[in-house]
Design a protein around this ligand. Structure first.
Ligand code: PGA
Length: 268
């Protein structure tokens, strides 16, 4: 069994109390799972204003976990960060602040940020570097739009986005990187692409990684995952594909029962 990862992206969907309740409920449910949660990393990515609250939930719920389900695999992630260490950047959050709040992962270049906030490949590149330099794992999102898919430009778009995000960035043996393939047009649509189609793109990404990094680094330090309308019904089909190491989940991660069902599918 491969070591997979499931990342919950809660976007800006919840209030502070709602986030706290959701995190508590997810952790309680994980604590009650009969099977041991092994070979699966679980990452929760709430809004920046709630990171500290969720971090506290992690600490207080720790006692609930039996030896069957240890907390060590559970991590906190952020949905974005700035690329500079500190300075006059009104409204921004530094990677160091996220680290101090207990984050181990940061989602970078989500399509909503690329499209709504105009984030460019250049910005994404700087953020990836900053996150790695701070000792966290960047989750770099890449994906084609519907129009790009229709013009059969998917391969080109993905290779380009991946290359521009990581070009010139060396990965040390103690640094990790995740690439999340998310076809923009299926995000939040309730209709994922076919697992084989996602596998095809993930293979392209893997080949590109091999161009950039030595094989042992690609094998041990890089994970390539899929996101876009993942739920408890389809998650296993995706993650059983050879080159899909996990899932980035939006809508379905907002329901504790459904999210923990996905976890149990992945460990079962
Ligand atoms: P979705 O979102 O699971 O609701 O499609 C995925 C994402 O935006 O990362």
């Amino acid at each position: 069994m491969k070591y997979s990862i499931i990342i919950a992206n809660w976007k800006m969907q919840l209030g502070i109390k709602e986030t706290e309740d959701l995190a508590e409920d997810i952790l309680s449910r994980i604590g009650r799972l009969k099977k041991k949660v092994e070979k699966l990393d679980v990452v929760l990515c709430p809004s920046p204003s709630v990171l500290e609250t969720v971090s506290k939930v992690f600490q207080t719920k720790h006692s609930l976990f039996s030896r069957k389900a240890k907390l060590s695999y559970l991590s906190l992630g952020a949905q974005n960060c700035f690329w500079e260490k500190k300075g006059a950047f009104t409204g921004e959050v530094s990677p160091a602040q996220l680290k101090e709040l207990g984050c181990n992962y940061v989602i970078i270049g989500h399509s909503e940020r690329r499209q709504i906030l105009g984030e460019t490949d250049k910005i994404i590149h700087k953020k990836v570097k900053a996150v790695l330099d701070t000792g966290m794992v960047p989750v770099i999102c890449v994906g084609e739009t519907f129009e790009e898919r229709q013009r059969r430009a998917t391969d080109y778009v993905i290779i380009n986005q991946v290359s521009r995000a990581i070009e010139g960035i060396d990965l040390r043996a103690d640094q990790k990187l995740i690439i999340a393939y998310e076809p923009v047009w299926v995000i939040g649509s309730g209709q994922a692409v076919k697992p084989e189609d996602a596998e095809y793109v993930n293979r392209i990404i893997r080949r590109r990684m091999i161009d950039f990094y030595p094989l042992p680094i690609v094998r041990n330090n890089i994970r390539i995952i899929y996101g876009g309308s993942i739920d408890s019904v389809n998650v296993k089909q995706f993650v059983s594909q050879e080159t899909i190491d996990g899932a980035l989940v939006g809508g379905a991660s907002l329901k504790s029962k459904e999210f923990v069902k996905m976890i149990s599918k992945l460990i079962g």
